[in-house]
Design a protein around this ligand. Structure first.
Ligand SMILES: NC(=O)c1ccc[n+]([C@@H]2O[C@H](COP(=O)([O-])OP(=O)(O)OC[C@H]3O[C@@H](n4cnc5c(N)ncnc54)[C@H](O)[C@@H]3O)[C@@H](O)[C@H]2O)c1
Ligand SMILES: [Zn+2]
Length: 363
């Protein structure tokens, strides 16, 4: 049966200072919150969040997230939650914390509030988690039957995070239309579980338009920790537009290449999701046989906001060809979204494309 599917969170709130309302918002959904955040994020936002819950008279328990969205960490936190009789899970932090919170929510059957403290990925709005081994190697996607009940994005907190995280979110968001177009060319099924809607595609298009139009100005403002209209536009592009766009539009080669990179050890591990995805976008453009002019349009944008465009930038300048083939093997493996792009692309094709990007950009 040919069916189109569109999914989204129930509510999205964005603005400077909105995190102060989290207690009140959670109070509309339940009586006891189960908050997870890592040490860094809790140090930044914990006091504000605790005050908000106390002011709203809503009970909560805080649990520290230790850093990897892995089966073990999800089970550990979910088990703690089971004994606490919580009814709302709150994820506060970067993509890995949010993915863990979504998985914990699924295990507990509660409601979920997602509060990103950086605009580094499009994880906040989606109804899936990306799961890794404890060592950080990509394992797979975990799908849920609903998106978050609320996504709460405090722009003031976002601009306090390092600018490279904000740029990383633009790398992730730039993949959205590029991958949606490729996936739709083959009429592939989207992450939402059906064919793409016009709405999903229109949102992906808007994400790219806003990035090219406002991205560099927003990046420069965030370097100075300023909340400006451009910054608000890019926070929305990185979070809401990219999130709805990728889930409802389709995913293809760029993210498969990102996942492939996790097969390698070494300094590439220190790159963010969005930085690796940015390089993956360029790799996909090469695999699509796009013109030099088109590829450089994306590459120059990435360069302007400090995203990687060369093998040296991703610490692979000394990688062997065999290593790049390993990346290609994981990227082209069964169940990977490269299948949406073209199932005939081989691991060697991917390795060549990774090198070809460098040849184009490192002049
Ligand atoms: N589920 C989805 O739909 C989806 C989509 C995109 C990405 N992802 C996943 O998201 C993960 C990447 O997320 P990420 O790039 O945010 O990395 P991350 O979750 O590891 O967070 C990066 C770092 O940012 C820090 N941080 C967060 N807010 C901060 C702030 N305000 N100030 C200072 N530091 C702050 C965190 O402490 C952490 O050390 C990957 O696992 C990726 O697969 C999931
Ligand atoms: Zn992504």
């Amino acid at each position: 049966m040919m069916k189109k599917v569109f999914i989204s969170p129930a509510k999205y709130i964005q603005g400077a200072g909105v995190l102060a309302t989290i207690g009140e918002e959670v109070g509309k959904m339940g009586n006891k919150a189960f908050i997870m955040a890592d040490k860094i994020v809790w140090g930044i936002a914990g006091e504000l969040v605790e005050k908000s819950f106390k002011d709203a008279g809503v009970d909560y328990h805080y649990e520290e997230f230790t850093g990897e969205a892995s089966k073990g960490e999800i089970e550990r936190i979910a088990n703690i939650g089971k004994d606490l009789n919580v009814d709302v899970v709150v994820g506060l932090g970067g993509g890995k914390t949010l993915d863990t919170a979504k998985a914990v929510n699924d295990a507990l059957g509660t409601k979920i509030v997602v509060a990103p403290t950086t605009a580094s990925t499009d994880a906040p709005t989606s109804s899936l988690s990306v799961i890794y081994s404890d060592e950080g190697v990509f394992e797979g996607y975990k799908f849920y039957n609903k998106n978050p009940d609320l996504v709460l994005v405090d722009s003031q907190i976002i601009v306090g995070a390092p600018a490279f995280l904000f740029a990383s979110g633009m790398g992730d968001a730039m993949a959205t239309l590029v991958e949606a177009k490729a996936s739709q060319k083959r009429n592939a099924t989207t992450m939402a579980g059906g064919k793409a809607t016009l709405a999903g595609t229109a949102i992906a298009e808007k994400a790219e338009e806003i990035l090219f139009e406002q991205g560099i100005a927003a990046y420069k403002a965030v370097e100075q920790h300023l909340v400006t209209p451009q910054v608000e536009a890019i926070i929305e592009a990185n979070t809401l537009l990219s999130g709805l766009g990728f889930e409802n539009g389709g995913v293809a080669a760029a993210h498969a290449v990102h996942n492939g990179f996790t097969a390698l050890t070494g300094d590439i591990h220190h790159l963010t999701h969005g930085q690796k995805v940015a390089y993956g976008v360029l790799v996909q453009l090469v695999l699509e046989s796009r013109s030099e002019e088109e590829i450089l349009k994306y590459a120059n944008f990435f360069k302007a906001i400090g995203l990687p465009t060369t093998l040296a930038d991703i610490h692979l300048e000394n990688a062997s060809f065999e290593d790049l083939v390993k990346v290609g093997e994981l990227a082209t493996s069964e169940g990977e979204t490269l299948q949406n792009f073209d199932p005939e692309v081989t691991a060697t094709d991917v390795a060549y494309a990774i090198q070809a990007v460098d040849a184009l950009t490192s002049k």
